[in-house]
Design a protein around this ligand. Sequence first.
Ligand SMILES: [Zn+2]
Length: 429
Amino acid sequence: MKKTVITVAVALTVGLGTTFGGVAIKTEAESISSLKGEQSKIHDKRSNLKEDINQANGQINSLKNQQAGVQSEMKRIDFAIEDTTTKINDKTEKVKDTKAEVTKLQAETKVIKERINKRNVLLKDRARSYQENGGMVNYLDVLIGSTSFNDFIDRANAVATIVQADQDIIKQHEADKNELAMKQAKVEKDLSNLQKMLADLKNMNQQLSAQKKEKDKLLASLKDKEEEVHEGMMDMQEEEQILAGQEAAIQKAIQMEKEAQARAAAEAKRNTSSNSSNSGSNNNSAPRSDATPNVSSGYWTQPTTGYRSSGFGGRGDGNHYGVDIANGTKVPIVAAADGVVIRSYYSSSYGNCIFVSHSINGKVYTTIYAHMTARYVGGGATVKKGQKIGLMGNTGASRGQHLHFELHKGPWTPDKRYAINPVGIVPLP
Ligand SMILES: [Zn+2]
């Protein structure tokens, strides 16, 4: 641990630029008091957490209630869909039965029509034979041919019966035909009513499905919002530990700065006596044993590779305090600048995450690397710009493998008031 402290002390010295001469030393003394100011601010903040937590909890509860409301509405819609579906099946069955009845009636009508046609043919034949035989002559012949009065009465009755029978049969057929036509009309009306009902039900079902789709969308957006709030939410103990780690990290930075200052002062004294100038010699004095090839010059380097899947600030209606960088493979995550690890732990919201404190010209910056699949450095460790600290993952409140990267111009605070858009400051894909 001591060895790394020295390395970082040198790195910090390099980061601060000129490190000798009275003016530079004065700047460093100012940077120490600036760091001390940050430290005391954090110390104050540690005792003022409860309100932020309650607010976030309230938000999550409200979103959960909204979700429960939507879910119960969806249950109601599901029930209605089930109900109309049952009705549709029922009506479809009835339509089928009614159509069968129509077919049956049509067949019956056909039979009766055929019977009437046959009868008509028969009657026409008979009428023709009347005409051929001189109309009623046949009947008269029958009557004249009677042998007695009784016989005449019998014959007259017989003739009347035959005529009556012919007429009755035709009447009966006509009545049957009319009855069937009425039946058929009624059944056809039933059928058209059923078909209308069926169409209405199908229409209703479509509307219900559309409503369900809308609710699905609403639910998804509520879940997204909850994920956002949840991502930024921690329990009090977790926040307290981060703040404590942050205080310690800044304390470490102050100590390193003091050491660098003492060393620079001693060197300046030596240089003044020998009157030699070795300006810039310190700039190359910190070889990075673990430097990666693509580390940018300047204070910041790209924390990982991939594509930007979400930007800072707007995501739905919620606040997104970082930038998301997604990648299909578990690519390395590197420290965006030299610094001290505040915390390295598993969070229910951030998943595997690392908080790093950076001090750049006495100004505190904080970076956060969340949802990782693996972490390679622990709390209190010093890290170099570009040093591998973990692997991209999908842990915690995350939907899909990505790095959630936050930059705070200042210390990390539970309300994230110092979070800034890293675009334009930290190189990003
Ligand atoms: Zn994110």
